[in-house]
Ligand binder design. Structure first.
Ligand code: FES
Length: 207
């Protein structure tokens, strides 16, 4: 997983290189301080091309209820799950049983529009970075009840140190992972048939 962790630093480095290039150019060619300041501030924003390159659009049509697909995004695995009503019903059940560390998603591991029980824009679709925030392993998808423990309601199980998450990626008490898994920023196409993952939520902790 070192490759994944290393990738987190690429974008800031690229931005910094551009920052330094423009700073040097401005120092040589510009005598107007205001021009230099504007150039430096603008250089910190991603260009349209960089934003487009960082985004991934995925067609949801082939993902039937109950299915998951894991796609690469910025060298990270992103899981997309089409949750059935039965799967969604396990989420309040986990809350009632009191087994979750952060049931209300108070730690900003997701954008504000996903700060809900589903950790999603639409209840049925989970879009999540599939990385355990203990030590960056990739948890197994275990949707069936009792498939990990007798009380298991369905969710994600990390094979290395045993962290457990529910079907919204909320971490279960007793797991070494401290937080819920990370939800990236994303939006749907106007017809709702595809999802575009745009960037990591800046406040989220990956691992
Ligand atoms: S990386 Fe998942 S439990 Fe350690």
């Amino acid at each position: 997983m070192s490759e994944i962790a290393g990738d987190m630093n690429n974008a800031p480095d690229a931005g910094r290189r551009r920052f330094l290039t423009i700073a040097a150019t401005s120092a040589v060619g510009a005598g107007i301080a205001g021009t230099t300041v504007v150039a430096l501030v603008e250089s910190l924003e991603p260009t349209a091309a960089e934003t487009a390159a960082a985004s991934t659009t995925f067609n949801l049509a082939p993902v039937e209820p109950g299915m998951q697909v894991t796609i690469p995004w910025q060298k990270k695995p992103v899981i997309i799950v089409n949750r059935t009503p039965e799967m969604l019903a396990t989420l309040p059940e986990a809350e009632k049983k009191g087994i979750l560390k952060d049931p209300n998603c108070t730690v900003p591991q997701q954008p504000p529009y996903c700060k809900n029980m589903y950790r999603a824009r639409k209840p049925e679709w989970l879009v999540m970075v599939r990385i355990c925030n203990h030590l960056c392993c990739i948890p197994h998808y275990r949707p069936k009840k009792a498939s990990v423990t007798a009380w298991w309601l369905g969710g994600f199980h990390c094979p290395c140190h045993g962290s457990m998450y529910d079907l919204s990626g909320r971490v279960i008490k007793g797991s070494p992972a401290p937080h819920n898994m990370t939800i990236p920023e994303y939006h749907y196409s106007p017809d709702g048939k595809s999802v575009t993952i745009t960037k990591m939520y800046p406040k989220a902790h990956l691992c």
